[in-house]
Design a binder for this molecule. Sequence first.
Ligand SMILES: [Zn+2]
Length: 149
Amino acid sequence: MPHQHTGPDPAPEPDATQALGASTKRPGGLQRMGHLMATRCPRCYKGPMFLHNPYNLFGMGKMPKQCPVCGLDYEPEPGFYFGALFISYAIAAPFCLLLFLSLNMGLGVHFEAALVLVALVQLALAPYLFHLSRAIWLYFHASFDPDAV
Ligand SMILES: [Zn+2]
């Protein structure tokens, strides 16, 4: 029985390669999330948003006026970061509630002990949350620009 060709060669898929090219130019959501968590500039993903790490208690709130890499204005208007307070609350409240319920009802930790543990975890995470909520707020207002640098 002669060998039969099973069919035409698969046609090249220009759409798929185009999409691949586009994705290298414009990073996906997960990558954006990574830069956000690292509090990098939302436009170039390179410049740091803060001068110090969040656990430097004397310098935790200090931000450069603009991105040192692409020049994005980090404070477009006075009081710009007021909205970040709501972001911070929107993250912290459900997180604390979920942690408390997991400890108290899930693991059977005593009510008062669970409250103290939640307070300690919240205290430990607060400085990072302060940075993160400002970063989220700025990410709402600026998007990635591959030609920014
Ligand atoms: Zn930048």
